[in-house]
Design a protein around this ligand. Structure first.
Ligand code: ADA
Length: 564
């Protein structure tokens, strides 16, 4: 996977990114496809989204990707960082994995003979029961393809399967490490752990065939991680012939009354929502684009970004770790109907997806909040047990971070008892209401959340904004003009930063414009087929509102510098 550091030194890892053979099979039923008879008649970039490429733009159906690679005999593991949104993986014609969900890492394994292996991936971007997590009505265009990196790992008899570094209590410079492992047979092997190149632990361990090792590391020299000082620590775990490297930061996230605290200090979250979409690359995020986005987040004065509405590119998270940007990372979801939410197949798929999200991202110090189910029926009686189960799973997997979700209607929500932080989405002055009403609406939300009995929980406005067609203005400052959007966000941010202290976080909707679903429901409210509430357009060109928000955020984050 494309990261800012090599995740393995000892294990042999080959990047399979590049140009793969490709063919579009359209309406074909994946069960009826004979994999060894597929005729590949085109080429496709991996990572890439085939339906964002000119030849297959907007096509929905089955596609096949193929690559051939030389391997030595032995156990091989393919690591996919994201395939949109359903796939089957074949190794020399044999099915080795099926996966649904897009946006999350999964693996496929096989015992291989020496020689040239042929890997075929059937990828389907249709909306059906194979993909219970994807729905056509989502307010984003669900691109299809092998959208993130692919690697091939050669596995030995002992494997480091995962690493979790718990930095819950960092004052004493001690961290707990859990090393998950697998072994072909019980074994006794050396375990060595290094942090920033210093040996911190060496011992011999007796392994079963699978299990985990829990250790405490003392790092007296290590400095804390914070947005102002994003100090990172690289840890290398070597177990027998295998290894795994990770990066983490010493920091504690908690709530104290209605404030979120970072390393014991209250923090106000100032940021934006961000989709991973681009007109030319779909959900694939070329490195230059990620660097661009992080530069613009910094330039805006943000200390916070909400990943809407699915797990984020691993490289983006690395860059947020380095830039000191705090992250809300959430599982995939957008206004699922009640019936969908109560379908057992859906819940199982969400639980698996949440597990994959946490396993892939749990050591990023930038992530302070885990989220689920954007704008889903948390207002319904049926919703409560589902939210309880999914948020409960997050707490079980990671007790050291805060959990939340973005409520579509905080006035009438039935699941706020389950969160650490209340997230409220609201669109005053856009779909409903008038511009002058914005401060009133924000105050009403706070009062309502408090009246429901949650005055002691931090409250974040997790979405608020207005559309603007890029470059469009008129002398009235009407809806859809850049002028309207700029005045709207000036009012929003101005009100939130001007003396009120109930709302302690803001994620403006949205950093950049992005293509939405082509369903008619969106047509009247999304000119150009684009959700255009971005501070920048889909090619990252700033709109008028960008400077307005930047002015507020920068002033708030460095008041002394401004006064000087
Ligand atoms: C919702 C939703 C966003 C987007 C937004 C809008 O709040 O969570 O994904 O659809 O509305 O633009 O209306």
């Amino acid at each position: 996977m494309a990261r800012r550091f090599a995740t393995h030194e000892r294990r042999e890892v080959a990047a399979l990114d590049g140009i793969w053979d490709f063919t579009f099979l359209g309406e074909a039923d994946p069960d009826a496809v004979e994999v060894d008879r597929i005729e590949f008649d085109a080429l496709m970039a991996v990572p890439g989204c085939f339906d964002a490429s000119p030849a297959y733009a907007g096509r929905r159906g089955l596609a096949a990707y193929r690559i051939r690679t030389d391997v030595e005999a032995g156990r091989q593991r393919l690591v996919f960082d994201g395939v949109q949104h359903w796939c089957r993986v074949f190794w020399d014609g044999e099915l080795i994995r099926e996966h649904a969900g897009g946006f999350s890492r999964f693996t496929a394994e096989t015992e291989a003979d020496a020689g040239t292996a042929e890997i075929v991936v059937l990828v389907d971007n249709r909306f059906d029961e194979r993909s219970p997590l994807h729905m056509e009505h989502f307010d984003w265009y669900a691109y299809g393809g092998i959208s993130r990196s692919v690697e091939l790992h050669r596995l030995g008899p002992v494997r480091v399967e995962g690493l979790r570094i718990a930095t819950a209590s960092t004052a004493d410079r001690r961290v707990s490490v859990r090393i998950d492992y697998a072994a072909d047979a019980p074994a006794s092997v050396p375990l060595e752990i290094e942090c920033d190149g210093r040996a911190v632990l060496t011992e011999t361990v007796a392994l079963d065939t699978a299990g985990s090792l829990d250790r405490v590391l003392e790092l007296p020299w290590a400095a804390s991680w914070s947005p102002e000082h994003p100090n990172l620590i690289t840890v290398s775990v070597r177990l027998g012939e295998d290894d795994l490297r990770e990066r983490f930061g010493l920091r504690e996230v908690r709530t104290e009354g209605a404030r979120i605290t970072l390393n014991g200090e209250p923090v106000t979250l100032l940021g934006v929502n961000r989709h991973e979409a681009h007109p030319q690359f779909g959900h694939t995020q070329p490195e230059a684009l990620l660097v661009n986005d992080v530069q613009q987040l910094k330039d805006l004065g943000c200390n916070f970004v909400r990943g809407s509405h699915y797990p984020l590119d691993p490289l983006f998270l690395d860059l947020c770790d380095e830039a000191g940007i705090l992250v809300w990372c959430e599982s995939i979801g957008w206004q699922y109907p009640v019936e969908h939410l109560t379908d057992p197949a859906f819940i199982d798929a969400q639980l698996e997806h949440i597990g994959e999200m946490v396993a892939a991202s749990q050591n990023h110090p930038s992530i302070i909040l885990w989220g689920i189910l954007n704008e889903c029926p948390s207002w319904s009686d049926e919703g409560h047990p589902v939210y309880e189960r999914l948020l409960g799973r997050l707490r079980e997997l990671d007790p050291d971070r805060l959990v939340t979700y973005a409520s579509i209607n905080a006035h009438d929500d039935k699941c706020l008892d389950l969160v650490d932080v209340v997230g409220a989405n609201t669109y005053p002055g856009w779909y409903y209401g008038d511009l002058p009403d914005i401060p009133g609406e924000l105050d009403r939300i706070s009062a309502h959340v408090d009246a429901l009995g949650f005055a002691d929980k931090p409250l974040i406005i997790s979405e608020i904004g207005a559309g603007a067609v890029p470059g469009w203005n008129d002398s009235h400052g009407s809806l859809w003009t850049e002028d309207y959007q700029a005045r709207h966000l000036d009012t929003v941010v101005g009100h939130l930063l001007d003396g009120q202290d109930r709302i302690s976080g803001l994620a403006i909707w949205v950093l950049g414009d992005f293509k939405t679903t082509e369903l008619r429901r969106m047509a009247l409210t999304r000119p150009r087929g684009v959700n255009d509430k971005g501070l920048i357009d889909e090619y990252r060109r700033p709109k008028q509102a960008y400077r307005v928000v930047q002015g507020h955020f920068r002033k708030e984050r460095s008041p002394r510098a401004e006064q000087a």
